[in-house]
Design a protein around this ligand. Structure first.
Ligand code: XIL
Length: 375
């Protein structure tokens, strides 16, 4: 398949409106952390859905990991903890490791992230380090300091603190999150606070800074909006590939591409040719792939539950069947594990059913779709 196929379907320019990952919920919308129930912490409880096969073992049979993003507030719920422990071999802090969570004012407070890290350690779970640099999670004080001083030591200091504290547990660092934005013109890179201060070189410097502190971890560039057949997402795929080519030719120590995979039924069906071409070209560069934030936003919550769940499952299966053909995939993480702890509740609708389990921890067809895709 030729590159040009990646932008096939150009006529459908931007008809899909808002893109997954563009609008964010505020950290505070998801509530504050509650103290974990220590009595049960560290022990896997009987699974809520005993018939459900553990996703982690299905993944590991295929040489992959399965993981999920964790809202630290949910750790207070023993049922939540036991399901995570049963299904995941790796977890991603949904917000607790972001710069503005760790240091909303200049002082760092690691307590929320520490709770998550110790939950992971007690249960033998690895962690994804999410995320060192993201335009949406730069605290105000750091944004102001960066704009006025353009001083890389600010970034270096942040990386040192976070990698220094959690580096032993983190297997993959999302070093740079969401650097692509073709609508910002030029080279298609997002004109974020880091770009404004340092130009494109911020990406290279971020990876070099991370590598110096995390010699063995996987270093990831994590991106969204790469799955559908619109000219916009076609441009995003091409821009990402061009960026990766530049980084590779300069010897930048990026070794993994994170595909967020916020699937969205409003955008139609995933675009097999585009995803296939992206995967193939990433693989040809010698890079690994992690599926980092899989979930499915529904188009129509007015249908029957059965119909909705089967549409979500079908889309999941279509996506995973393409990406899992490639042997450079490390694993799959969903962005949450059940519907009551999903960012899609505030992004889209509180009723959205885009994760493997429903609010009562009943495994849904999406769960089966993931198992089948791993088989
Ligand atoms: C989202 C979280 O789910 C929210 O709870 C938080 O308030 C904002 O960020 N892409 C990413 C994630 O890389 O960090 C985002 O997570 C979702 C989109």
């Amino acid at each position: 398949m030729k590159r040009r196929n990646l932008i096939a379907g150009a006529a459908a320019a931007l008809v899909f409106g808002q893109l997954a990952g563009c609008a964010r919920v505020d950290r505070t919308e998801t509530g504050s952390i509650t103290a974990p129930d220590r009595s049960a912490a560290g022990q896997a409880q009987p699974a809520a859905s005993p018939s459900a096969r553990a996703l982690r073992s299905a993944a590991s049979n295929r040489g992959l990991y399965f993981g999920a993003a964790i809202q630290s507030a949910a750790l207070g719920d023993s049922r939540f903890r036991s399901n995570v422990v049963r299904d995941c071999s790796i977890i991603t802090p949904e917000w607790a490791m972001k710069w503005d969570s760790l240091a909303p004012g200049r002082a760092y407070n690691f307590s929320e992230m520490d709770q998550l890290a110790s939950f992971a350690a007690r249960n033998g779970l690895a962690m994804r380090g999410h995320t060192l640099l993201w335009h949406k999670s730069l605290p105000r004080w750091a944004a102001a300091a960066l704009a006025s001083s353009r001083d890389w030591t600010l970034i270096e200091d942040h990386f040192s603190k976070v990698i220094g504290r959690y580096g032993n547990q983190v297997r993959e660092w999302d070093v740079v999150n969401e650097p692509i934005e073709p609508e910002h013109g030029g080279n298609g890179l997002r004109q974020n606070q880091f770009y404004k201060a340092f130009g494109e070189s911020y990406i290279q410097r971020a990876f070099e800074t991370a590598r110096a502190r995390a010699p063995r971890a996987r270093l990831v560039i994590n991106e969204y909006g790469l799955e559908y057949n619109s000219s916009y997402e076609g441009q995003r795929r091409l821009t990402l590939l061009r960026l990766l080519e530049r980084l590779r030719s300069r010897g930048v120590p990026v070794d993994t591409v994170g595909l967020q995979a916020h699937l969205d039924l409003r955008k139609g069906k995933v675009y097999a040719d585009g995803i296939y071409g992206l995967m193939r070209d990433i693989g040809n560069m010698g890079l690994k792939v992690a599926i980092t934030e899989l979930d499915v936003a529904e188009a129509n919550t007015g249908l029957s539950i059965e119909r909705r769940d089967s549409l979500v499952a079908d889309e999941t299966r279509r996506y995973l069947d393409i990406v899992l053909q490639f042997n450079n995939v490390l694993g799959v993480s969903t962005w949450g594990l059940n519907d009551s702890h999903s960012w899609l509740r505030t992004q889209r609708s509180a009723a959205n059913r885009g994760l493997p389990y429903d609010r009562d921890w009943r495994a849904k067809p999406m769960h089966g779709a993931i198992l089948t895709a791993f088989a």
